[in-house]
Structure formats: C-alpha cells, structure tokens
Design a protein around this ligand. Sequence first.
Ligand code: GCO
Length: 443
Amino acid sequence: MTAKLSLPTNSTMLSADFTYGVATAAFQIEGGVKKRLPCIWDTFCATPDKVVDGSNGDQACDHFTLWQQDIELIESLGVDAYRLSISWPRVITKSGQLNPEGVQFYLNILEVLKSKNIKAFVTLYHWDLPQHLEDNGGWLNRQTAYKFSEYADLISKAFGDLVHSYATLNEPFCSSYLGYEIGVHAPGKVGKEYGRKAAHHLLLAHGLAMEVLTKNSPNSLNGIVLNFTPCYAQSASEKDKLATEFADDYFNQWYIKPLFDACYPATLAKLPKAHHPEVLDGDMDIISHKLDFLGVNFYTRAIYKADEKEHFIQIEPPEPTTDIGWEIYPQALTELLISLNEKYSLPPVYITENGAAIDDEINNGEVSDQRRISYYNAHLNAVNDAIEQGIKIDGYFAWSLMDNFEWAEGYLKRFGIVYVDYDTQVRTIKDSGLAYKALISNR
Ligand code: GCO
C-alpha cells in the first residue's frame, strides 16, 4: 500500500489559499546550451574532478525542447504554482541587451502557465552567472551587482504582468560560500577572504533589483529565497554553544540579518579584517529594502562542536539520512521558522524548497519512493506546526518537479517527485508525486 501525505483536518494548509507548487532551476533542467551564452557552471563542469560523475548541463532534462510537455505534467499534478528560474545568459547578450529568442522561450512558458492558472514564481538568479561577467571578477566585482539590476530591469519589463512572484536570488549562501570560499560550486574559487566579499555584492545585487522590481512589477510578490541549515550544538557545554552560534551567524544569519536589520552579525568583528567585505555608505539601506515575501529553503540541520583553530567543526550527521547524506530532522524546520519569526519581523513566508534525494528505482513504470513520501509528510507537518504557533506561511514548494542535474553531484542524486530516464527523457510520476497530487486535490 502506498503511503499518503496527511495533515490535521483543521490545518490551514488544507485551505484553498495555501499555495502548493513544484520547483526547478534553469541550469538543472534546460539543456539548450547552444542557444545561450556560457555560464560559470558550464566552465565548472568542464573542469576535471569538479562534478562527481563528470557530467554537465548540456542536455539535462532537455526542458528547452520538452517544456510544453513539462508544463502539462505540472498541470497534471494539480499544483497552484510553478517555481522556475531564468537563465541570465539566455536572456541578456554580452553587450547587455535583451536576447529576443531567449526572452521568447520564457514568455511562452509564462503565457502557458497563465492560461492554465498556474502562478509563476520566477527566480532571477539560480547560480548561472554569465561566464563573461566571471571573467571580470564575477561576484567579487561590485560591478556585477549593477549588471544584475540592469538584467532585472530589462527582464521584468519584458515579462509585464505574467509573473506572480519574483525572487531576486536563490540561496546567496551557496553562490558565495560554496562558490567563492570553499570552491565546491562554480566558479570554484577558494579563499576565506572571498566568501564575505562575494556575499556582500550578491546582497547588494538583491537590494538593487528589489528597487527595480518594486517599480516595474509593483503587483507581484517580490522577495528573495534563502537556504537555512539550522545549527545545533553537540553538547550543552558553553564552548560548543558558542561555537554553534558562530556557525549559525556564518552560514545562516549572515544572509538574513542584513535584509531586516541592515547590518551583518556581530561575528563580523571576530573575522580578520582582510576577510571583511567593503561596505560603502548606503549599501545597507539598499540591501534592507522591504520584502513582500521571504522564501525559505530547508533540507536538513547540522551539528557542531567547538574547535580551537576553526571556531567550529561540523560533526558527521547521525542517521536517518537521505541518499545525499543529509540527516532527516523535520523538527528543525519548525524550530527554524519559530526562531526566524522571533528574531526578525518577517513578511509572509513561503517554503520555496524542501525535498529528499532517494536512490530511486523504476520497476514496471512505477517508482515506489516511500521514504520520500515519509520525508514530505514529516516536513509538511513541521510547517503546519509552525503555522499553529502563529507564523504566517503562505505556500510550500516541493524540490523538485523532476530529477535533474544536482550540481557537484551531477545526475547521481535524484530529488524529483517525477522520475527522469536521461537516455529517453521519459518522465514517470513517482509515488511521491501521486501522493502530493492527492494531498492537493483533496483539499
Ligand atoms: C539548493 C538549490 C537546488 C538544489 C537542491 C538540492 O537548494 O541547493 O536551490 O538547486 O538542487 O537544494 O540540493
């Protein structure tokens, strides 16, 4: 018997105004690389030993060709919304003009979504920086923030009123820390002196784009998507507690505190001067632009202990874990939402990503992913617990619509609620997809 997704019968998540969606990102699904400029992920994938299976985004799910069928698939799941990202190198030319063919690709998608009454949640930056901008320093160059706001200006004018919600950035933590500090994501730079500088320019880009979106698209919900990996101390010792707070500031609060409090965490003072970002007068006012919504991505938590040299070290995640080694710990999602709500005066929150990598197998056209169903069930209920404690949460998106290019893990990790056979490009709705559909349609 297939497991179900179930919420308490009085849950507001069963009302029609709670938004359910599925999410993807351009580089992870599109392919169609010849029709756009190269981006940092193309270059990173072409560098030996960066992506586990040596793969790239050249074909991915070939959504560039199969988008119509994919939207029908989305419609068949009965969701209210689709969260997609725009490939900057597809829509903007090297000289900074709109590329009409690239823009048309997204206009087609947005128009079909509108005709089907599926709300478009558009992310402007899901990590695919045009390579020519990286060649000029990428996110270490302040100018990139201004380039981003020019892109946001042109594209939001071109999209008119087809977009329900804009997110400026997806997970600036990943772009800055993974991309410029430890180098496990594109562009693969390594250096503690880079991470905070890249982060500042990303946040500046966000703030500048918020000004543009507020002007060009005042009726959409405009905001940002952040990821959080809540930090827990290994023991109750003072040392471990302080180390854990340091880690939390460094990985989580760094990206949210500037948005609401117009400053970085006090931990900044503990970092060597050479690692500090250059903050110009007025930057923090730009960065703390009012948000219409906050997108929260959540997958797991992390446990830390004190370390003399490094301030903190993360300990091996305990079981149970998913196929990517991330601990399954749903109560961290409730606790995260409560603590964010205590610390900041939050706008409405959307859970913009949540999901699990499972080692799926397809048998006779069926994927019985019971572990993913229990992951979703536990996390949906964790969201419901937060709502019951008075937090305003208006929507939830499953990551992901379908299996896709999982960054440095290549195609080895499957996060979809739809299975993708990469040889044939056949899509098969997994049992988790059927369970999600049943939850949504039984509201
Ligand atoms: C992220 C990205 C997604 C990932 C997903 C699973 O949160 O890292 O937004 O693109 O694929 O999170 O790692």
